[in-house]
Design a protein around this ligand. Structure first.
Ligand code: HPA
Length: 312
């Protein structure tokens, strides 16, 4: 049977979002994601006096940054209605609202310590629900971080790469389905998905901190298996410098709402076939741990400048 039909039993929605499968429009009644995101945002804002304009999404092995926030309010995803729960190892699963302090002062942020992925079985709408909540909280810029495989031979394990653009090979798009104009337009422009001025800020701050600077194109795949060497060769030929299993859907949803994006990948491993060795999740986590300090230093340096942009 295709889709869902009403039976005598009442149906309750466990999460905000209807079930989804590639290429098949759902026949379920769509709950109103805007209203759900709005109530989740109100709940979060009730728990803190801070009014962050910047959202952070901390990827695999990079979540510890949120532990350093001051005046922090921690809200487990389970307490936020409609929020998906992460099943991935290395993803704590809470939103932390707090201040990032540096010599340049304090910046209020809302940080997602852990994200959910399409490969966990979540729909594109579920994956992007936290970004929708950010938008309804008044967030104007997001800094997305992720672990990625390096395709560009000039990268090495542990490199930090500012994403210049992406190639969506996830087989889905979070905007599929009826468009809610309250979020944004039907056909959002993706020409400047990754704000040029934020990439420039990241480049300048990396130079100041003596962190090697790289920019690259991120290919987003579904996962969860790592790529084959032939797939990596294909990705290299179509212009990808990095490969990963996240971020793309979040960027699309953020741009749909007019939220500006900075995205930084940590090259946790060179992609399949680049070096003659198998890939492992343990290696991904180890590299994340190793570069944590410089990664956090870079975040701390860029945030006051992004804050100046979104507060003006
Ligand atoms: N491929 C896809 N996703 C990844 C990789 C990789 O090599 N490393 C970290 N995330």
């Amino acid at each position: 049977m295709i889709g869902w039909t009403a039976t005598a039993t009442a149906v309750t929605w466990p999460t905000a979002i209807c079930e989804w499968s590639p290429g098949r429009p759902s026949t379920r009644p769509m709950p109103d994601q805007f209203t759900l995101a709005d109530s989740a945002a109100q709940l979060v804002l009730k728990r803190t006096a801070l009014r962050p304009k910047i959202g952070l999404v901390l990827g695999s092995g990079l979540g510890a940054f949120a532990d350093s926030l001051t005046d922090a309010t921690r809200i487990p995803y389970a307490e936020i209605p409609g929020f998906p729960r992460s099943t991935a190892i290395g993803h704590a699963g809470q939103m932390v609202i707090g201040q990032v302090t540096s010599q340049a002062g304090s910046v209020a942020v809302a940080a997602m310590q852990g994200r959910v992925h399409l490969y966990e079985g979540y729909s594109p709408q579920e994956v992007t629900f936290p970004i929708r909540v950010f938008g309804r909280m008044g967030i104007r810029a997001v800094v997305l971080t992720n672990a990625a495989g390096g395709i560009n031979l000039s990268y090495s394990q542990g490199a930090l790469v500012v994403i210049r653009d992406h190639i969506n090979l996830q087989g889905s798009n979070p905007l599929v389905g009826p468009n809610d104009d309250r979020f944004g337009v039907r056909f959002p422009d993706m020409t400047h998905a990754y704000a040029k001025e934020y990439r420039e800020i990241a480049r300048e701050e990396a130079a100041r901190l003596d962190i090697p600077q790289h920019e690259g194109v991120y290919a987003g795949l579904l996962g969860p298996s790592y790529e084959t060497p032939a797939e990596i060769e294909y990705l290299r030929r179509i212009g990808a410098d990095l490969v990963g299993m996240s971020t793309v859907a979040e960027v699309i949803a953020a741009r749909h709402m007019g939220i500006k994006v900075l995205a930084i990948s940590c090259v946790t491993n060179m992609a399949a076939g680049i070096l003659d060795q198998p890939l492992s999740h343990a290696e991904v986590m180890e590299t994340g741990e190793r570069v944590k300090t410089i990664f956090e230093a870079l975040l701390r340096a860029v945030l006051p400048r992004i804050s100046a942009d979104v507060s003006s």
